[in-house]
Write a protein that binds this ligand. Structure first.
Ligand SMILES: O=C(O)CCC(=O)C(=O)O
Length: 245
């Protein structure tokens, strides 16, 4: 886990048992089917992820409880206490799948580049702020490509140009420092959203991302309270401060 602060990610092979995954899988598949039905146009246009699985009535109370129990599990809490300087909070969930058009190219980015912050502010923010994805593949996938250390360090000029499509470069151009982490069912990849990264599409991937962030006002502004557990569900959960928004 020490390598997280140094590199910005940790890969934990065979982290989950089959039983642990089975408890949440049915709900994930159901949510995805509903999403595909309700978001046909976005899917046609190239959208390759959905979010907010714990919001609304896509999942039943029981399915939401299982998902929240998964999110609040002790094994995660132990990791979070090591990788975050102070106790974090739950931000959201996402599902990642392949784009409808197989020819669609992936895109290098830092999550922070889509927040509307100035580049100067982004440069400062990544030195201290933390948003962390727990990626949980439900099946073998080609994984994620990451540029180690960029969770705290700014881009090389070429990297900045590529992820911002400048000087004729494309967001999908290969970058020299990229490292691919291939993923199998049962694995857990933890990575900082600050990092320069891109998804590698293919194999009909289906991954759950659980996102945690610093418990600070600038980040909590991005939390949609409708994603939080109801009082009734919260009562059953361990590690309640994760949801203490
Ligand atoms: O898997 C992907 O397509 C991209 C993942 C990503 O950008 C993210 O989790 O922030």
């Amino acid at each position: 886990m020490n390598s997280f602060e140094q590199n910005g990610y940790v890969f934990l092979e065979n982290f989950f048992s089959e039983n642990e995954l089975a408890v949440i899988e049915k709900g994930l598949v159901k949510f995805h089917e509903i999403w595909l039905r309700d978001n046909e146009i976005s899917y046609e246009k190239g959208v390759l992820n959905s979010h907010s699985l714990t919001k609304g009535d896509g999942l039943t109370e029981e399915e939401k409880t299982s998902l929240f129990e998964f999110i609040a599990q002790d094994k995660f809490e132990e990791i979070l206490s090591v990788i975050f300087p102070k106790p974090p909070v739950f931000l959201n969930t996402q599902l990642f799948f392949d784009p409808k058009d197989e020819a669609r190219k992936n895109y290098w980015h830092r999550d922070i580049q889509y927040t509307g912050m100035s580049v100067e502010d982004q440069k400062e923010a990544i030195k201290t702020q933390n948003v962390v994805h727990f990626r949980i593949p439900m099946k073998t996938e080609r994984g994620i490509e990451l540029i180690p250390t960029t969770h705290r360090e700014w881009d090389l000029p070429e990297e900045f140009e590529v992820r911002n499509s400048l000087k004729g470069r494309l967001q999908s151009d290969d970058l020299k420092r990229g490292e691919i982490v291939r993923l199998n069912r049962g694995d857990l990849l933890i990575f900082s959203a600050n990092m320069i990264h891109r998804g590698i599409y293919g194999k009909d991937r289906f991954s759950l991302d659980i996102i945690f962030c610093d418990n600070i006002p600038q980040m909590k502004a991005f939390i949609d309270k409708d994603n939080l557990p109801s009082a009734k569900i919260l009562e059953k959960l361990k590690n309640k401060p994760l949801f203490d928004i």
